[in-house]
Design a protein around this ligand. Structure first.
Ligand SMILES: Cc1cc2nc3c(=O)[nH]c(=O)nc-3n(C[C@H](O)[C@H](O)[C@H](O)COP(=O)(O)OP(=O)(O)OC[C@H]3O[C@@H](n4cnc5c(N)ncnc54)[C@H](O)[C@@H]3O)c2cc1C
Length: 398
């Protein structure tokens, strides 16, 4: 029996395992996760938004997988009684110079097939979000919220109910050895597992795993921490659902916003600062080797040179609650610094190439018995079941 090993127990790994099993019921599939639980990193620390697809270049992997993944995700939630809500969101322009970008978003949304998109004037913004302010906005009805940690857990349960499946936690992959017709996957605890094909869904460590496999790479993962605040319950009424700014096309993941979680809490943030370790969730998290590796990478140096001003702004907001509040007040003038309680953070795995370009689209590389998912930032959680199907299709004949 052919054996596929999937490295990484985040939502992309789980969705891949599930789709591969549906497509090839006779395959043996094992998921290896280094932590004790699933969804311990990006998947368990994200904003919980089901993205509509409005932001992504028509025809890109992000657009196609987000649109297809959106439908698959809603079906999966309905079939497995996972709570979600399509609460919609508004994207708000607060300055004249954002109007062109707002129009470009509207056009992208239309090209991506979104229905019911609606321009809002400043009064109509208040119909959806009475406390928000802006000169023009867009209402996106498709956007929703869900708990991705829970979704991943259910994916795991469904996967384990299928034949010839296994999930091993506390199973960190540290090496690969080529043997005759297979690959030996070596774990940190000394165990080894034979596989015919390996799918690398290791998130923040996907480049390391690819390197371990001998894959030629022109990218490195640079970790960016996103820090959040929760709005104290007495002020939660200020936000009905999701309020976003018009994104900067150079940094679509920048721009603090308000998100209602499926649990009802309102989250504000995140910013994005370079993290001094890949799984560095606090300001003091530091790993000398990982830090040096990032800053010595030519690609990172070029990013730092190009965007140092933006970076300083993000650090300033990281250390100054006043500055963070000020950024939020552009969208919601009534919010005050005292209304914000520090909350959890998440670290994004952002692939950067040697020329200092932040890879925008999803990126998968295949060869020598391996499939490596090398860039799966947001909206990869929304898109996960579609990314999983794309990878499963690559397993034909494995
Ligand atoms: C702050 C933040 C907010 C976001 N918000 C959203 C959102 O609202 N909506 C959305 O669609 N997307 C969002 N995203 C993006 C989304 O969360 C990620 O794209 C997605 O979770 C990636 O899943 P993954 O499985 O690739 O990675 P991960 O969830 O990071 O999983 C990778 C797993 O691999 C394991 N691993 C690593 N190395 C090894 C090894 N050597 N051996 C074994 N296991 C290993 C890790 O422990 C980890 O569990 C957000 C991301 C962040 C960080």
């Amino acid at each position: 029996m052919k054996h596929v090993v999937i490295i990484g127990g985040g939502i992309v790994g789980l969705a891949t395992a599930y789709q591969a099993k549906l497509k090839f019921p006779d395959l043996k599939i094992t998921i290896l996760e280094k932590e004790a639980t699933l969804a311990a990193h990006q998947t368990g620390h994200n904003s919980g938004v089901i993205h509509s697809g409005i932001y992504y270049k028509p025809g890109s992997l992000k657009a196609t997988n987000c649109l297809r993944g959106y439908r698959m995700l809603l079906d999966f939630c309905r079939n497995h009684q996972i709570p979600y809500e399509l609460c919609g969101k508004i994207i708000v322009a607060t300055k004249q110079n954002e109007l062109e970008a707002l129009d470009a978003l509207y056009q992208k949304g239309i090209e991506n097939g979104l229905e019911g998109l609606k321009y809002l004037d400043s009064k109509e913004i208040k119909y959806y979000e009475p406390a928000a302010t802006g000169i023009k906005g867009l209402f996106v009805p498709q956007t929703g919220i869900v708990a991705y940690r829970q979704l991943t857990k259910v994916l795991g349960e469904v996967f384990l109910n299928m034949k010839h499946t296994a999930i091993k936690t506390q199973a960190e992959v540290v090496d690969f050895k080529r043997i005759k017709d297979a690959i030996e996957v070596v774990l940190k605890n000394g165990e080894s597992i034979h596989a015919h094909t390996i799918v690398n869904c290791a998130g923040l460590y996907c480049d390391k795993v690819a390197k371990m496999a001998g894959e030629p790479l022109n990218i490195k993962i640079i970790p960016f921490r996103g820090e959040y605040y929760t709005i104290k319950p007495e002020k939660a009424h200020l936000v009905k659902s999701l309020i976003y700014p018009v994104p900067d096309s150079n940094f679509p993941f920048l721009g603090v916003h308000f998100t209602r979680r499926i649990t009802g809490e309102i989250e504000a943030g995140p910013n994005a600062v370079f993290a001094f370790r890949r799984e560095g969730y606090s300001k003091t998290s530091f790993h000398l080797g990982e830090f040096l590796e990032s800053i010595c990478w030519r690609g990172f140096q070029k990013v730092a040179f190009k965007y140092w001003k933006t970076g300083i702004g993000e650090y300033y907001r990281s250390y100054s609650k006043q500055a963070f509040t000020k950024a939020l007040q552009k969208l919601l003038p009534d919010i005050q610094s005292d209304d914000l309680i520090p909350a959890a953070s998440g670290v994004r795995a952002q692939a950067v190439d040697s020329q200092g370009n932040l890879l925008d689209d999803f990126y998968i590389q295949q060869g020598n018995g391996f499939i490596h998912v090398l860039n799966a930032p947001s909206p990869a959680a929304t898109s996960s079941l579609s990314i999983g199907l794309t990878i499963a299709e690559k397993l034909t004949g494995c």
